[in-house]
Design a protein around this ligand. Structure first.
Ligand code: CP
Length: 329
């Protein structure tokens, strides 16, 4: 996928390393606009349809912010109940209609495959903001962008990375997408830590194994790990068959400063797609890590704006015009 213009972004399977390098180069160039040091109106007059049929803070708001920072306007629909989907309208019809009102659409939906189904009816590019337990491609891109930036600090690249993924690897769509993206690099060591029942889906394990990467699968944190990245996840309660089933796993995968010191080295960067469940019975990423300089969770959220600005600029074919349409700050 070297040419982004007019294309949907539905899965990380679309990307090769050349495409990722392009996204990251454009994302880097967006920093002065995101920091309000410069202003551009390259998307003046353009409209983003921001459709979120499942709860979201970061993805929804950062898509909107990214579009606004490029000079465009945002129309939001949030919650299934506020849409004619609640009256039985199909995703195809909804897409035909809403794509007549927008230049591009970002969408989150609770069912796997639903965003791709919607895209079939859309007359404008659609970006997947998360479809059930399937994929979250823009989160994976911002995670990879963050990994790249964090490792650069240590003079390292992504090739040769050791990443530990912890928690609900079955329903956590961000780790599915990130695993697939990392498979494009060389000599990655994946340490997957979860109970068997919440393990990484077999097709993703097969993708990692077939790409020749090193896999360590375990049910709990053991010893002192030489991981560059510790990627913690939330138990995705909303995707379990029942609350009782979800409760079995709540609080099993806590990370706090003591556990970090015992199992990781001081170089290990701590990531989490957020939200972290701060309720006492879960608390998978303790506040006592907030002052740990290796906690990258809020650098991830900031990077999300840069990556989403890059995706809008590339998909709408204006990446080369951003500086031409600069205005006074
Ligand atoms: N990481 C993420 O998808 O967060 P939100 O659910 O808040 O969008």
């Amino acid at each position: 996928m070297a040419d982004f213009t007019g294309n949907h972004i539905l899965s990380v399977n679309q990307f090769d390393r050349e495409a990722i390098d392009k996204i990251f180069t454009v994302a880097d160039s967006m920093a002065p606009y995101a920091k309000r040091q410069k202003r551009t109106e390259v998307l003046n007059g353009a409209i983003l349809g921001n459709l979120f049929f499942e709860p979201s803070t970061r993805t929804r708001v950062s898509f909107g912010t990214a579009f606004n920072l490029l000079g465009g306007e945002v129309r939001e629909t949030t919650g299934m109940d506020n849409s004619a989907l609640a009256k039985g309208e199909s995703l195809y019809d909804t897409a035909r209609v809403l794509s007549g009102y927008s230049d591009i659409i970002a969408m989150r939906h609770p069912f796997a495959g639903s965003v791709a189904e919607f895209a079939e009816g859309s007359r404008v590019p659609v970006i997947n903001g998360g479809d059930g337990a399937n994929e979250h491609p823009t989160q994976a891109l911002l995670d990879l962008f963050t990994i790249k930036r964090e490792l650069e600090y240590h003079g390292k690249g992504i090739d040769g990375l050791h990443i530990a993924m912890i928690g609900d690897l079955r329903y956590g769509r961000t780790v599915h997408s990130l695993c697939k993206l990392l498979c494009l690099y060389k000599d990655i060591h994946f340490t997957l830590i979860s109970p068997n029942e919440l393990g990484m889906p077999q097709p993703i394990i097969d993708t990692v194994a077939n790409a020749g990467h090193k896999l360590t699968i375990t049910e709990q944190l053991e010893g002192n790990m030489d991981a560059d990245i510790c990627y913690q996840t939330r138990i995705q309660e909303e995707r379990f068959p029942s609350q009782d089933e979800a409760n079995k796993y709540r609080g099993k995968f806590r990370l706090n400063q003591d556990i970090y010191t015992k199992h990781f080295q001081s170089k290990t960067v701590i990531m989490h797609p957020l939200p972290r469940d701060s309720r006492v019975e879960a608390n998978e990423l303790d506040n006592d890590l907030n002052l740990n300089p290796k906690l990258a969770i809020f650098r991830q959220t900031d990077n999300g704006v840069l990556v989403r600005m890059a995706l809008f600029a590339l998909t709408l074919g204006v990446d080369h015009l951003v500086s031409k349409y600069e205005r006074d700050v």
